[in-house]
Structures are given as C-alpha cells and as structure tokens.
Design a protein around this ligand. Structure first.
Ligand SMILES: Cc1cc2nc3c(=O)[nH]c(=O)nc-3n(C[C@H](O)[C@H](O)[C@H](O)COP(=O)(O)OP(=O)(O)OC[C@H]3O[C@@H](n4cnc5c(N)ncnc54)[C@H](O)[C@@H]3O)c2cc1C
Ligand code: FES
Length: 256
C-alpha cells in the first residue's frame, strides 16, 4: 500500500470483526518505512473507536489504495483550498503540485484556530499561503476574501478538499471565472470497489460511483444537494449506534 499509494487516493479500514468499514483519505505514505498516514475527525462510533487506539495496537484490516489518484501535472497557477481535517491530505497534493512545477496558492480553513494544523508545512511548501477561520479567531473571517482574490488574479486550476458545503461554495466562487475546479467527494461507502452502489453521486447529470470513478470530480458539475441528502440517509442509525456504544463503557476493541 505504501509503495502504490498516490495523492487523492483513500483506504477503507475496519477496526474489528464486528466493525463497520470506513473510508479515510491517505495523507502521506513512505515506501521505505512501509507506512501510510491518515487523519480523521472523531464524529461517530468507528472514528471514536479508532481514536481510542494507542501506539502498538492493531486494527483488523485495511484495504487500499482505492480510488483514482489526483491528476498531477504542470497546470500553471493552482489554488488549493482545504478545510478541517482534510488539510492533512491537501499537504500531500500541494507537495506533488509544487514538484510538478506549479505556482501554488494555498488556503487552509477551520471552524476555529484550535482546529488548524500543518500551517508551517503549508506555508513553506506553497508560494502563497492564507488562513481563514469561521469565527475569525485567526486569519481571515470566513472564505469571503477569496472572492476578491479571484477577481484580481488568474488561476488555471482549483483543488478543494473539506466539508461538502465548503467545496460547493468554492465551486460557485470559481465558476464565473471558468477555473477548472476539482472536489474530493465523501459519499457514504461500503465496499469501495464499485460493487454496492452506495457511493453513487450525480455528476453532469450522470450517475457515477464515488469510489471507482472518483473520489475527485469536476466541482462545477456535481449535484452537491443530492450528495448532502444521501450523506444524511443513516443519521438516526449513526446517532443511535454512537450513543449505545458510548453507554457500554470504554473497554477498547472488544466493544461491538
Ligand atoms: C473517500 C472518502 C474519504 C474520506 N476521508 C476522510 C478523512 O481523511 N478524514 C476524515 O475524518 N473523514 C474522512 N471521510 C469521512 C469518514 O469516512 C466518515 O467520517 C466516517 O465514515 C464516519 O464513521 P463513524 O462510524 O465514526 O461515524 P458515523 O456514525 O458513520 O457518522 C457520524 C457522522 O459523521 C458524518 N459522516 C458519516 N459519513 C460521512 C462521510 N462519508 N463524509 C462526511 N461525513 C460523514 C455524518 O454527519 C454522520 O452523522 C472520508 C469519506 C470518504 C467517502
Ligand atoms: S462504495 Fe460500493 S460501489 Fe462505491
């Protein structure tokens, strides 16, 4: 996996034999050490279970690398916008885009300053670097300033990774400037190999599978509203599962 992984790909892991399969984006890989890295938010049962693991603990299995790698070549001037935990895989993209000769402007954003990370790494890797927070605790207050940047400057490509709403907003900001905009979609997934159809998304009016046709798509053609509603399909079950699991007490991997 460490030898074959490329920016933009993801893995699917399962923590124990009664666990659920969850997809996470590869944030880094080291073929020599034989390691892959990923970053995750603890939002529900499986990610909370994962967060309890300590160094040296193990999980049942990981499948990957999955998905089509990001297109990396010399596009010219590239705008990279990452939100929340997806700042981690964006650093991998920024490094690859720089290596391919691009001039890269990077924006990282989070709800509040305590949720920002990799600022120094992004700053040293990018040609220009901006920070934004929803509450204005650091950098620009929200992503409104991007509108001004786009009015003044020309970009040949935009790559964005983060919350679906953020990717939708960025796509709407770049649309009038005709900047090709790539979004990394996160539909619910099960097998990650094109068999179950759970990850289907509508792009340019056609049904695509997030896992094998993506996860990256043209942001100007994605039906984001459908994606959001499909992501919420199992909200009551997800909430119940998390509550029941937390009630059972903290005893690690034996918890179903
Ligand atoms: C290709 C891909 C790559 C991803 N990469 C990352 C990553 O690098 N880091 C990371 O933290 N998360 C990533 N996600 C989202 C991650 O898979 C979900 O957060 C995870 O499945 C939640 O599992 P859970 O059991 O902890 O929570 P669940 O109980 O399944 O869900 C809890 C809550 O999390 C949210 N959620 C669930 N599934 C998703 C989803 N697919 N996308 C967005 N929100 C979701 C919903 O609000 C839900 O109510 C990725 C998803 C996809 C499809
Ligand atoms: S996750 Fe099953 S087809 Fe994509």
């Amino acid at each position: 996996m460490a030898e074959k992984a490329r920016p933009g790909q993801f893995i699917i892991l399962i923590t124990h034999e009664n666990g659920e399969r969850i997809p996470l984006t590869i944030s880094d890989y080291d073929a020599e050490k034989g390691t892959i890295t990923f970053a995750f938010n603890e939002v529900g049962k499986t990610t909370k279970q994962l967060g309890l693991l300590k160094e040296g603990d193990s999980i049942l299995n990981i499948t990957g690398p999955l998905g089509i790698p990001s297109e990396i070549k010399n596009f010219g001037r590239v705008l990279c916008v990452a939100g929340g935990v997806m700042i981690a895989p964006m650093l991998l993209q920024v490094r690859a885009l720089k290596k391919a000769g691009n001039n890269v402007t990077t924006i990282v954003g989070a709800r509040t300053k305590d949720l920002l990370f990799f600022e120094d790494e992004m700053k040293t890797t990018s040609d220009r670097f901006y920070v934004a927070t929803d509450d204005g605790s650091k950098g620009h207050n929200g992503l409104g300033f991007l509108k001004e940047i786009l009015e003044k400057e020309k970009f040949d490509r935009c790559v964005t990774q983060g919350p679906v709403i953020m990717m939708k907003d960025i796509s709407e900001l770049t649309r009038p400037h005709c900047i090709p905009t790539i979004v990394a979609l996160t539909p619910i997934m099960v097998d990650g190999m094109g068999m179950c159809g759970v990850c289907r998304v509508t792009v340019d009016g056609k049904m695509m599978f997030g896992c094998v046709d993506g996860p990256e798509f043209d942001g100007h053609k994605v039906d984001f509203d459908e994606l959001v509603s499909r992501q919420r399909m199992f909200l009551p079950e997800e909430r119940l599962s998390s509550i029941l699991w937390e009630r059972q007490g903290d005893c690690g991997c034996d918890r179903k």
